[in-house]
Write a protein that binds this ligand. Structure first.
Ligand code: GDP
Ligand code: MG
Length: 308
């Protein structure tokens, strides 16, 4: 490995539905599905790692990107904004098929307010929906959002501009040796990602009703060849009454959670998933250190690991 090698951290941001999940999947491909079973420290902020012959691109926060339901307000919470100060590059995804709107401007304002502003690449996504003659005008409409940003046209859906984006990122990365082995694509086990997706699905339906949230344990994760994967998971709640809510009338709520989680896990892993869920009461789990440690929450707030 020569000193020409470049390594760095990249955050992908943008309003809901702009194509973040589609893009991250296009960038990392199905490789995310082949998550190795090498022992790792549990961390809630997942990294998606793309290693080329001359660079290592480390994308932060990919689980959130897998959720199409993250509201802008949630994304732009304090922790998320501060995380942007730690990355080398922000890819700010925009919808080229429309003009800039309030949500784009809010994100641009937050970016401009960072004490340490990373390099920004404007990703003009959904370019497939833009008539050829209008592409330039769309780009000019978005360009003032971030002064000095470079611009790449993309269609995450059709993988257009993938190589151009990767090259634009590499151009801006600092020269240094890689942080991870070249065959490592993520820092989370696939089962941990599955647990996170189940938790997201549960919170999506239950947010108001189960105030203290839920915790997920993957009891079984088995490969079944052509039939895909079989996952059995337990949703832990704090109270008996919450268990009733999670199960719902004639199991209706559980079905909704299971169905959404299954679809997200299938999208993440690129194969069929059979998901079985049950709910269980674990009184006071939020205050139980041993329980939290077992579920990785002890280091939940750990910042993205960096070697400088
Ligand atoms: P996210 O909320 O930012 O993660 O957005 P998603 O990746 O979930 O994409 C939202 C919708 O936009 C989905 O229906 C995608 O298929 C669609 N989409 C994403 N990228 C493109 C693109 O380049 N072109 C078109 N036409 N649709 C896209
Ligand atoms: Mg998404």
């Amino acid at each position: 490995m020569t000193t020409d090698f470049r390594t760095g951290y990249i955050a992908l941001i943008g309003k809901p539905n702009v194509g973040k999940s589609t893009l991250i999947n296009a960038l990392l491909g199905q490789k995310i599905a082949a998550v190795s079973s090498r022992p790792q420290t549990t961390r809630r902020r997942q990294l998606g790692i793309l290693t080329t012959p001359n660079a290592q691109l480390i994308f932060v926060d990919t689980p959130g990107m897998h959720s199409p339901r993250h509201k802008l307000g949630e994304f732009l919470n304090q922790e998320a904004v501060e995380a942007l100060e730690e990355v080398d590059i922000v890819v700010f995804l925009l919808d080229a098929s429309t003009g800039p709107d309030e949500e784009d401007e809010l994100i641009a304002t937050r970016l401009a307010a960072l004490r340490r502003r990373p390099a920004v690449i404007l990703g003009m996504n959904k370019i497939d929906l833009v008539p050829a003659g209008e592409a330039q005008a769309r780009q000019e409409a978005y360009q003032p959002l971030v002064e000095g940003a470079s611009v790449v046209s993309l269609s995450a859906l059709y993988s257009t501009g993938r190589v151009e984006l990767i090259n634009a990122i590499i151009d801006l990365l600092p020269q240094r040796e890689p942080d991870f082995p070249e065959d490592q694509v993520t820092d989370l086990y696939e089962r941990e990602i599955a647990a996170e997706l189940i938790r997201e699905a549960a919170l999506y339906f239950l947010r108001e009703e189960v105030p203290h949230g839920v915790n997920i344990r993957i009891d079984q994760f088995m490969e079944r060849g052509d039939e895909g994967a079989y996952i059995h998971a337990t949703i832990f709640v704090e109270r008996e009454s919450h268990k009733g809510i999670v199960i719902g009338e004639r199991g209706g709520m559980m079905k909704k959670i299971g169905s959404m989680a299954r679809q997200e896990i299938e999208a993440m892993s690129g194969r069929k998933v059979y998901l079985e869920l049950r709910a269980k009461v674990a009184k006071g789990w939020r205050n139980d250190d041993a329980f939290l440690q077992r579920f990785g929450y002890g280091i939940k707030e750990a910042k993205t690991k960096r070697k400088k």
